[in-house]
Design a protein around this ligand. Sequence first.
Ligand SMILES: [Zn+2]
Length: 427
Amino acid sequence: MARTWTILEMVHKGCRYQHCGDEWMILHVRRGVRVVALASSALQVSAGDMLNGLVGYQGNHYPVSSLYLTIDRARDQNQGYIADLKSLIKAKKEDKRFSSLERIARMSLEEDWDRFLETVTSMRGFATKGIAMFSSSRAGIWQVFPLPSPVPNALYFGKQPYITPLALFQARYGRGLVLLVGRRNARLMEIECGIPGQEITWEEDVPSRVKEGGWRMYEEKRIDNHILYHLELHIRNSISRLKEVAAKYTPNWVIIGGSDEARQLLQKFINDTSPRLNILAVLDLPVDTSSSDLLRLALEAEHKASLERAEKYLHFLESVVVTGKATLGLTDTAVAAAQGRLGVLLVSKEGMRKGQKCLSCGTVNQDEYWQVTGRCAGCGSHSAEPVSDIINSLVHQAFVHKTEVCFIESGPFWWEEADRVGGILRY
Ligand SMILES: [Zn+2]
């Protein structure tokens, strides 16, 4: 964790203060490449690592600001999102929680919000639909995550960053590679959290399939075999390149595709490789498909896979909950989450629910539960501090304990009746 923080500060300072100034950052956001992706290629830090770094911040001295904003320029020619951000900031300045803070904490927050406004105002012609930003000026935190689709506008501040909406995007989209092959060329694209990253293309010297007049059947067959040999070599080389990149990039999934014979060979050979890659979809697409179409198809495949995964987990949870291998409902799940016993945390996205976080074991208790019992459900302690959102605290704990987070978009009645929270235990 300590190593990650050193790098985050380099990104933060390198980007904003030391070498490059705002232009550097805005330039890369404009090209549809996240600042985070740039950092990842230069410094080998992934967006997931950046998120883990945020989770590690406990905000002992200064509060953290978290902003989610839809920046859909196509639908918003007059930059209505700047006005939206200004009104979010105005509302926070009028918030009693803000005025009750110490002066130094208020100053840090005001600097965060000025920086958010400055960054959003100076963005130009980029492709992202939304943005998530985290800042704690006095603590040296500054993170920008472009988002692939609109997000409900919200500005939060508190001891911990509000990461739930960002974690939802990560859980749905993850990190993947798309490989498309043609007869002579190929293309490999990185996609993380719905945003395209680096892309490489290459060509191979595969002979064309031309017939010469007067050649005998034997000759034609020999030439065909020769072409097939080169095509197979090209496909095997492409798979090697994919695996080379995958070894460094560690994708959650891979999508493969291409046209005709090349795609069929790719499909055939890729199954022979080890370790096996998680192939999410096989697309019938030419290599020169536009990046926006490719991204759209990849996101559809990812979303479909995440829905299937959610359904599978819900089904499993339902079948094992009576055996004690899973938890259902907030209280039991929160106790298991604080103890790091969850392999998968299942939650539905919804409004914020206040709670009480136990100061001795870290369990987050529902406000209603705390008011009735006055003690922690995990350890029985009577001392706790308020948290503004139980789900956000659970998501934080999941990241700390390397628990997979699965967002349930819609569940059956028993899920609705169980606080829309559950977990599958590790063992
Ligand atoms: Zn406790």
